[in-house]
Design a protein around this ligand. Structure first.
Ligand SMILES: [Zn+2]
Length: 141
């Protein structure tokens, strides 16, 4: 299920607020993200860097992992807010695809510009749980 337009403003606002909490002493590129669960909850994340650079985690994955840890596995939309409308990285696209291969993704900037896309458009011809022998995972129970 995709998000309707009226769902998007609170989601973008939540991502913007999460961006303010980003821990980015190295890149100084704060990112905020917010996911809208199928049952209407919003869970946020921000990017969190580390002095050991590869340990950094993106806002989108922080939000999705937090949502999963809170018991959510089905998502309608994810919003990401940066200073310049940066697009989700490949790792985050793959994590989005695991749980919500068709969800709406809103890419927004701090000036209020936004564009809508989908996980399917961001990660075409992707690999997913159904390609594994167990065939489960994703949005399932
Ligand atoms: Zn990422």
């Amino acid at each position: 299920m995709n998000a309707s337009d009226r769902d998007l403003d609170p989601l973008i606002q939540a991502a913007q607020a999460a961006r303010e909490r980003a821990y980015v002493p190295y890149s100084r590129y704060p990112v905020g993200a917010a996911v809208l669960t199928e049952d209407g909850h919003i869970v946020t994340g921000c990017n969190i860097e580390n002095a050991s650079y590869p340990l950094t985690c993106c806002a989108e994955r922080v939000a999705l992992f937090a949502a999963v840890a809170q018991g959510h596995r089905r998502f309608r939309a994810l919003a990401v807010v940066t200073s310049n409308g940066g697009s989700p990285c490949g790792s985050c696209r793959q994590v989005m695809r695991e749980f919500a291969p068709t969800m709406t993704v809103i890419i927004a900037d701090t000036a209020g510009n936004r564009r809508l896309t989908t996980v399917a458009d961001l990660l075409p011809d992707s690999f997913g749980p159904e390609h594994l022998p167990t065939g489960s995972g994703g949005g399932g129970a």
